[in-house]
Design a binder for this molecule. Structure first.
Ligand SMILES: NC(=O)c1ccc[n+]([C@@H]2O[C@H](COP(=O)([O-])OP(=O)(O)OC[C@H]3O[C@@H](n4cnc5c(N)ncnc54)[C@H](OP(=O)(O)O)[C@@H]3O)[C@@H](O)[C@H]2O)c1
Length: 186
């Protein structure tokens, strides 16, 4: 099923409802995500797979840019990613992470990002809230069904034009593809 609205079953973050007015999509914002055949992205706070080729792709795309992540994704990484400006979204006013810019709400994050290129790197809560706001998607599709507990939200492929597509087989035998999309102009 294609859903254009947020499914009610998703937990709604307090800041989403209290402070956040949906804005127009911004061309400088891009989601970058890897998911499997079922849009699975996570398992027990980690990636369900180890695919160095995808990590290299992620690094090549994000190096030198701003990256924005949710608190839980930051803790799963354990440290800021090098050679990138790390922004963390968390409503916890007591949380400060050395080397990272703390954003307490989406409007605050958008203010920090300004007109700079920024990759929204997850996790699910962040992807769900930023999907209406980004102008680009970088999706690594892994042609396999993993087990896990966290999924990328459903989205309407009709709202996106493919700019780039590359298929490969990893050294461990996974068939993956790198897909880049731009939002269809309205
Ligand atoms: N496959 C991939 O490409 C990929 C990429 C990234 C992550 N992941 C996976 O995704 C999973 C984590 O995703 P997740 O959804 O559990 O967590 P998450 O999105 O990383 O972080 C959620 C946290 O972000 C904060 N937050 C969310 N919306 C906010 C808002 N509007 N304002 C202020 N703070 C906000 C909240 O922290 P507070 O409670 O402190 O407010 C919330 O608990 C992990 O399994 C990870 O490995 C996969």
């Amino acid at each position: 099923m294609i859903d254009r609205c947020l499914p009610l079953s998703y937990p709604v973050h307090m800041n989403e409802t209290q402070h956040f007015n949906p804005a127009r999509p911004q061309e400088n914002l891009a989601i970058i995500v890897a998911y499997d055949r079922n849009r699975l992205i996570g398992k027990e706070m980690h990636l369900p797979w180890k695919i160095p080729e995808d990590l290299a792709y992620f690094r090549s795309k994000t190096l030198g840019h701003k990256i924005l992540m949710g608190k839980r994704t930051y803790f799963s990484l354990g440290k800021p990613l090098d050679q990138r400006t790390n922004l963390i979204l968390s409503s916890d006013e007591d949380l400060f992470v050395p080397g990272c810019i703390m954003c307490r709400s989406i409007p605050e994050a958008l203010e920090h990002i300004g007109d700079d290129t920024c990759f929204i790197i997850g996790g699910a809560a962040i992807f769900r809230q930023f999907l209406p706001l980004v102008g680009k998607l970088h999706i690594t599709r892994i042609e396999y069904e993993f087990e896990g507990d966290t999924w990328f939200p459903e989205y309407d492929p009709g709202e996106w034009n493919c700019l780039y597509f590359e298929q490969m087989t990893t050294k461990d035998g996974y068939h993956i593809s790198f897909n880049e999309y731009i939002r269809v102009a309205r």
